[in-house]
Design a protein around this ligand. Structure first.
Ligand code: ATP
Length: 133
């Protein structure tokens, strides 16, 4: 099957660098798929799950939002943080979820609700990816 190159990069490391059969990205306006020879594209990504197919098997990656750039059969994802399923520390994500839920339960000026909501989304998405390992 025709392939494209997928590179998922954070400020710390390259998380994925593979020839893959297809990718589904969590775009801010909805999920979108990318196959070999896709037209050039630049899209913002939201906190979510990136899925790619390699040797007919699906793999899952947590993405904390960022950008996807498709050019010359290469899809580059730049994310603040990203982890493949087996690198996710489930206990840490559960703690992060509990912390965020407690913050969101407090409704006063000391809590940045948008920040707590984003932390909760990251934790939930990490837990969703972790079960795919
Ligand atoms: P926490 O509150 O647990 O730090 P966070 O959502 O604030 O979670 P981020 O700011 O998204 O964390 O990430 C900071 C760094 O920690 C990144 O390098 C990210 O890959 C890593 N990281 C965060 N949570 C986890 C996790 N559950 N498992 C593995 N790595 C994680």
């Amino acid at each position: 099957m025709a392939t494209l190159r997928l590179e998922v990069v954070t400020p710390d490391k390259t998380v994925v660098k593979s020839e893959v059969e297809m990718v589904v990205c969590p775009g801010v306006e909805g999920e979108f798929g990318v196959l070999s020879k896709h037209i050039s594209l630049l899209s913002a990504l939201k906190i979510g799950v990136l899925r790619y197919r390699i040797s007919s098997k699906d793999e899952y990656v947590f993405i904390s939002g960022g950008f996807a750039d498709v050019n010359n059969n290469v899809l580059t994802v730049l994310a603040e943080s990203a982890e493949i399923a087996c690198d996710i520390d489930t206990a840490r994500a559960q703690n992060a979820r509990e912390r965020a839920e407690k913050r969101m339960a407090v409704q006063d000026d000391t809590v940045d609700a948008a920040r707590a909501e984003a932390a909760l989304q990251r934790a939930i998405m990490r837990l969703n990816v972790a079960v795919r390992r």
